[in-house]
Design a protein around this ligand. Structure first.
Ligand code: ZN
Length: 882
């Protein structure tokens, strides 16, 4: 899966953690106490082989009416009952081999006693008639009084264990079956399910019946149903149907966002040496989706936020490609070959994350791929709660299995394996893994074995430290040049605390030493036997540059003690993006140095990689000073790409009390050819609490822009601006009937204004009762952030309601806990925003509050950046499961 933004926790987290945005989301990860998914695969009594699933819907009641026949084979002797997962379903009748059968429901199980004990190999057809008003698993998105024009949609989300809420079945990954899905819906609707479309026929009462058949077996969490008022675009790859679906009215957005899909299918088929394995590939974009995307076999479901407006799409370099390539990658890793249990979920998510990287590298080039990788490594290293846990683990109930280890670190592990084995051997390993395990459930050892069989390279130690062990190396590095011996002595110290599952790492890597006569590369291997080692290398003169792990191919952090002139040289001359990015990070800490500012400005203007230019803008912004602000303003005159311009504009938000900056930001906000630059300017004005900004933000709220892009940014910036005069406008835009994204933004800003005004608290609390999931989530978070304990009863009442459409419970509990407890707790619950901008000092209450405020600012800023990207991928509030 791919995780969304404002959605709730576990669903949310699930999907997404691309190299590009993982860290940003990770900041919001919070530990949640959720109903645990089963960590270990069950022992099976039967093998579900085929399910014929016929569904109808009562739209007024939001009810599903089902008739399912499972064909199964008993796996062991003396089986006296067949037990299926069934949560909240009203079972009307059961037949076994067409004879009426007894049944009982208990603890989310449907138990069907057999008249005589069955033996291994016996086959049964079990037919169940049932109905349900699902609270999870299957969702009705329908027009209502506030949104009468909204297109009707029904969609499902099975992963991890929610299929049982709309279908009695074996609801764990370690069984695979073929399906026939028969959907009777209004005649004007379109449906999408797994596999091939077999037939569409007229049915009574102006309905039609659609029959889909999936002949390649897969797990029940990958079963999908999408039905509603959709528009379709048809494409193809090597004769296989490739289709895209948008809610009615947005069909014109499909091609601009999705048309690279066949190219991706071709790339992945070639790279993996295993052709795309399903009979079709559909992508359905649905409203209010509970994840960013979900890789149902042959029929992915994505959030409709990925249908970016055609006027905005060109401003996002990689568009929706992270999401599209992630879910497509799952069609091999996750769907064709499936993790046996959730403890091995990285075999799904790490691989899908890696496939994003494969597409990025191929389509957008090495610099883009390297930049995303560099960012993701830094973000992951800051996540202390991820660091201490291994990727493969079965004790994930504390924080859920869909975490940044399964995604970000999992993707990194595959990248490192590719780097160590080499491209050819690595893909030989993947091909063998897919071929041997095709149609099977796998554990991590299956992958290790396949790699070894295909490459004759033993990867046990690599797997041991990176997958079964936790953490990553933290290096302290320094070197001395011995003029007499013409030798560089490099001291490499691993400084990570060796405890729990974190050990010392054995790392093969490369050191490059550049002198006046040129660069020389030296392979070394760092031992896991002692924490410090000294490596010596010949060098004909004093080095101009020493690079450790040239190109940044190891997941690590490194504190390399170098002089300023070395960093300056590195920024200018290093050939690999990661080494120049490291130089910017080091130089960005040297305040008040004209030479540094000049070098960063040179990088901002001239580096060939946009990511380096953008990082230079960030670093300059943090250094501050009047020379810098002028340089940033000048750079705006030459920087062309929207993804660089918006970073330069954001950097201007560091210059407080500078009328020239405010004037420039105001001008950009009002009129610029880049919507992203305008949004960044609105955000910067809010963060700067600039005098006069209220009028600018109000004008932006009133302005017309694609999908309200400017309006939403302006509404969201009114909170940080902190001017209570904005309250009436925010109340107006938070009201039912306004666009959902605008309401989200307004509600989040209301949380920060007139904090003693109970009416605002009451208004936000009233939104808790709405059926629109994003509004509920925004309101839950807003009440927590607002800090008004009078909201506690409303939140507690919400907890008791029986229509919490997804697992919001832990989020609500957390807000209640924070409202009932002092500031320290509150900080915890907002997730740790790395804290780099807060000085540690005596913890007086004032300081504490200041720190909280800073964190909130930072969080707000990140939310805005996400909101920016969001139209693209994850939308909604980041919570946890990537
Ligand atoms: Zn995924």
């Amino acid at each position: 899966m791919n995780s969304p933004f404002f959605t709730n926790a576990r669903r949310l987290r699930r999907h997404r953690a691309s190299f590009a945005v993982a860290g940003m989301l990770a900041i919001f990860f919070v530990a949640l106490d959720l109903r645990a998914d089963e960590p270990y695969a069950r022992s099976r009594d039967y093998d579900l082989q085929h399910s014929r699933i016929a569904l109808r819907f009562d739209l007024d009641q939001k009810k599903v009416i089902g008739d399912v026949t499972h064909s199964l084979t008993i796996l062991r002797d003396s089986i006296s009952k067949i037990v299926l997962d069934s949560a909240g379903l009203t079972i009307q009748s059961v037949t076994v081999n067409k004879s009426a059968a007894k049944f009982e429901t208990k603890d989310d199980k449907l138990i069907i006693p057999l008249t005589t004990a069955a033996h291994a190999g016996e086959k049964f057809d079990v037919t169940i008639r049932y109905e349900a008003k699902p609270t999870k698993g299957l969702y009705f998105i329908l027009p209502d009084k506030d949104y009468p024009d909204r297109p009707s949609q029904i969609w499902t989300q099975g992963e991890s264990e929610d299929t049982r809420y709309y279908l009695p079945t074996y609801d764990y990954p370690n069984d695979r079956l073929t399906t026939e899905t028969i959907l009777t819906v209004p005649a004007s609707w379109i449906t999408v399910a797994n596999g091939k479309l077999i037939n569409v026929s007229e049915a009574a009462n102006a309905m039609k019946t659609w029959t889909w058949k999936e002949s390649v077996p897969s797990s029940t969490y990958l079963i999908t149903v999408v039905a509603g008022e959709f528009q379709e675009v048809k494409d193809s790859w090597r004769g296989i149907p490739v289709t895209y679906y948008a809610p009615k009215g947005r069909g014109d957005r499909l091609s601009i966002n999705y048309s690279r899909t066949p190219q991706m299918i071709e790339l992945f088929s070639k790279k993996l040496g295993v052709d795309y394995p399903w009979e079709k590939y559909a992508q359905s974009m649905v409203d209010d989706f509970v994840a960013g995307g979900m890789e149902n076999s042959s029929a992915t479901t994505n959030t409709s936020n990925s249908l970016q407006h055609p006027k905005l799409a060109p401003e996002f370099l990689t568009g929706q490609d992270d999401l599209i390539s992630h879910e497509l990658g799952h069609q091999w890793f996750g769907d064709l070959v499936t993790c046996k249990d959730w403890g091995d979920i990285w075999l799904n998510e790490g691989f899908a994350t890696f496939m994003e990287f494969v597409w990025t590298e191929s389509h957008f080039g090495k610099d883009q791929a390297d930049y995303e990788r560099w960012q993701s490594a830094h973000q992951w290293m800051e996540e202390a709660n991820l660091y201490s846990k291994p990727i493969v683990r079965h004790d994930f109930n504390d924080s859920g299995e869909f975490d940044g280890n399964a995604y970000t670190k999992g993707g990194w592990v595959l990248y490192m394996l590719r780097h160590q084995l080499g491209e050819d051997a690595f893909y030989r390993g993947l091909k063998h893994y897919l071929e041997v395990n095709r149609g099977k459930n796998v554990v991590t050892a299956d992958f290790a074995k396949a790699v070894e069989e295909a490459t004759h390279t033993n990867v046990d130690q690599f797997f041991s430290q990176w997958l079964y062990g936790a953490g990553a190396p933290k290096f302290d590095l320094s070197y001395k040049y011995d003029d007499a011996k013409h030798e560089v002595a490099l001291t490499v110290k691993q400084t990570q605390k060796v405890e729990g599952r974190v050990g010392l790492f054995r790392i093969p890597t490369e050191v490059e030493i550049t002198t006046a006569s040129g660069p020389k590369l030296f392979p070394i291997t760092i031992s896991n036997e002692k924490d410090t080692a000294i490596f010596t290398f010949p060098a004909d003169s004093t080095p101009l540059m020493v690079l450790f792990d040239k190109g940044g191919h190891v997941l690590k952090s490194a504190d390399f003690h170098k002089e300023k002139k070395e960093w300056l040289y590195q920024l200018k001359n290093a050939t690999e993006l990661a080494d120049r990015a490291d130089a910017i990070s080091a130089l960005g800490k040297l305040k008040g140095d004209d030479e540094v500012v000049a070098a960063l400005n040179n990088a901002l203007l001239n580096d060939k990689a946009w990511g380096i230019r953008a990082n230079a803008a960030d670093a300059l912004g943090q250094l501050g000073g009047s020379a810098v602000s002028k340089q940033l303003l000048d750079a705006l005159n030459t920087a062309k790409e929207p993804w660089v311009r918006n970073r330069i504009v954001s950097a201007l938000a560091n210059f407080k009390d500078d009328p020239a900056i405010v004037a420039k930001l105001t001008s950009i906000a009002g009129d610029n050819n880049s919507y992203r630059a305008r949004v960044a300017a609105l955000q910067a004005l809010g963060r700067l609490k600039a005098p006069g900004a209220l009028a600018t933000l109000e004008a932006a709220v009133a302005a017309d822009s694609p999908d309200g892009f400017l309006r939403n940014a302006a509404l969201r910036s009114l909170g940080p601006l902190g001017d209570d005069k904005a309250v009436p406008l925010l109340l107006q835009w938070s009201a039912a009937g306004k666009p959902i994204d605008s309401r989200n933004a307004a509600i989040s800003s209301l949380a920060r204004l007139q904090k003693d005004n109970k009416e605002i608290t009451n208004q936000i609390a009233a939104y808790l009762g709405e059926s629109h999931f994003p509004i509920r989530m925004a309101s839950i978070f807003a009440l927590g952030a607002r800090g008004d304990a009078s909201a506690v009863p409303a939140l507690e009442a919400l907890l008791k309601s029986d229509d919490l459409s997804i697992e919001m419970v832990p989020m609500i509990k957390r807000q209640i806990a924070s409202l009932k407890s002092p500031a320290g707790e509150k900080r915890h619950q907002h997730g740790e925003a790395s804290g780099d901008d807060e000085e540690s000092s005596a913890s007086s209450a004032a300081n504490d509050q200041g720190a909280v405020a800073k964190r909130l600012d930072r969080l707000e800023h990140l939310m805005q950046e996400m909101a920016d990207r969001l139209k693209t991928i994850e939308t909604r509030l980041p919570s946890a499961k990537q």
